[in-house]
Design a binder for this molecule. Structure first.
Ligand code: ATP
Ligand code: MG
Length: 444
């Protein structure tokens, strides 16, 4: 496979390519843009437009002129141009737009071939293609799911032997998270390693349940790269967030919390749209970086994984909604409660139920959490916080789940709309300042 080198800083981060098709947009995250070649992308386009004969695609330059891409050289030029645009947008405090490409479709072979002969439109499999691409060529007539499409564009899986472990980032109820370096992809990762003594059958089930993570493609959800079992441990590789999780930050000012809340609500709304409940919303599962991005992690997509971890670690999560603590049925509204209690804790810098002492982690004996079921929910003190914020928390923490805001009501809440201004710089500056303070207090 031809490898494109030196596409400015692209080695270090994923980009989102938006394929514009007549039926709508198709977004895909490309984890290693420098490894992408023209053929890979063409195959991916053909998979979303199986009826068309796509031989090239176009992108728009800064004045809106369409530039055609037909070769690796031209692809390299497009990626360089996009990298510069991304940098400029960042310098202006904006989140980069996806790279938009417009497939150039000719007539279908059926129409062009007046003799009624069958035309084999498959590219030559002897080409410089990866296995993943060859697989996809073999099934060219079938419309691929976005999960498969994503795998084509990510240039394969991450393997255990290609990972260099660096420092330990933290230890949770399930496992240990390490900062690591993926040698092949030349990027930093966060790898969560969870020991699990389970059968090979269960391992397979977990791996197939995790497949849905390839489909998650949102700026508010941590990017999933790969998962694999080695002996009795599963390793889950995701994007590394250099600001870490929110649980280690001191009292967060309201104007920063507002921007964080917007990202959390957008991330959850995205998951809910895929029919995924997060089930573990809490400050340690909200990650930030120095670019001012806020992303959710550790949502429960694999029932088997959640169940297997629960067998080792007993206890009840203190951020759970009252209906979950008392073992009733629950839905989206339980995630909404957890948003409320998490943001209340982040604003006050203490767990909102003073009688609950969270010493280590968030798992507690069930009896200690009974007060969440029995008592009126706590309310933020007006005077210290804006009325909009106090109202937002009060609504999210209504004891009756049906009285909590539904997804669209959450997005429309005045606290959220007030801070939905796309200003990533506020969070970015705050994260950078806190990290500097931490460094000054604990010099290496
Ligand atoms: P739980 O096991 O219930 O989710 P937890 O969230 O505290 O509890 P882990 O998920 O194991 O524990 O995470 C441990 C710590 O690792 C987090 O608190 C966070 O600081 C860090 N961490 C996790 N994922 C990342 C990441 N992608 N980037 C940077 N740091 C991370
Ligand atoms: Mg976690």
């Amino acid at each position: 496979m031809l490898i494109l080198n030196n596409i400015c800083e692209m080695d270090s981060e994923a980009i989102v390519i938006r394929i514009k098709t007549p039926l709508g947009d198709m977004d895909s995250s490309v984890d290693y843009p420098s490894l992408l070649n023209f053929n890979d992308l063409l195959v991916a386009i053909r998979d979303v437009m199986p009826e068309a004969t796509v031989t090239a695609f176009e992108y728009e330059d800064e004045v809106g002129d369409r530039i055609t891409v037909r070769s690796d050289e031209e692809l390299k030029a497009m990626l360089s141009y996009y990298c510069n645009t991304m940098n400029e947008q960042r310098m202006n405090g904006l989140l980069p737009d996806p790279l938009q490409i417009f497939p150039r479709a000719g007539k279908t072979p059926g129409i062009r071939n007046i003799h009624g002969l069958k035309v084999n439109t498959r590219p030559n499999p002897a080409n410089d293609c990866t296995n993943a691409v060859q697989d996809s060529i073999a099934n060219n007539s079938l419309k691929k799911s976005s999960a498969e499409l994503k795998r084509i564009l990510t240039n394969g899986q991450i393997n255990a032997q290609d990972i260099l472990y660096q420092e330990q980032l933290g230890h949770g109820n399930g496992g240990t998270v390490y900062k690591a370096y993926h040698v092949l992809g030349k990027r930093v990762l966060a790898v969560k390693v969870i020991p699990l003594d389970i059968t090979v059958e269960l391992q397979k089930q977990i791996m197939s349940e995790l497949e849905i993570l390839y489909k998650c493609d949102s700026p508010y959800i941590i990017t999933f790269f790969s998962a694999f079992f080695v002996e009795n441990r599963i390793s889950i590789c995701t994007e590394f967030m250099d600001g870490g999780s929110l649980d280690v930050y001191k009292r967060i000012p309201e104007h920063v919390l507002g921007r964080i809340a917007v990202a959390v609500v957008k991330g959850l709304t995205y998951l809910w749209s895929l029919k995924i409940l997060h089930r573990d919303v809490k400050p340690s599962n909200m990650l930030v970086n120095t670019r001012g991005q806020v992303k959710l992690c550790d949502f429960g997509v694999s029932t088997q994984l959640v169940n297997s971890i629960a067998k080792t670690y007993v206890g009840t999560n203190a951020y759970m909604a009252p209906e979950r603590i008392s073992g009733e049925q629950y839905g989206i509204h339980a995630d909404v409660w957890s948003v409320g209690i998490s943001f209340m804790e982040l604003a006050l810098d203490m767990f909102p139920y003073p009688q609950i002492q969270k010493n280590q982690g968030s798992l507690m004996p069930l009896q200690l959490l009974q007060c969440i079921v029995d008592e009126d929910p706590p309310v933020l003190p007006v005077g210290q916080f804006s009325e909009k914020f106090v109202h937002f928390i009060t609504q999210c923490m209504r004891r009756n789940p049906k009285e909590r805001p539904a997804p669209n009501n959450l997005m429309d809440h005045s606290f959220i709309t007030q801070y939905n201004d796309g200003n990533a710089e506020v969070v970015s500056m705050w994260v950078c300042r806190c990290l500097e303070e931490r460094r000054a207090q604990h010099p290496q």
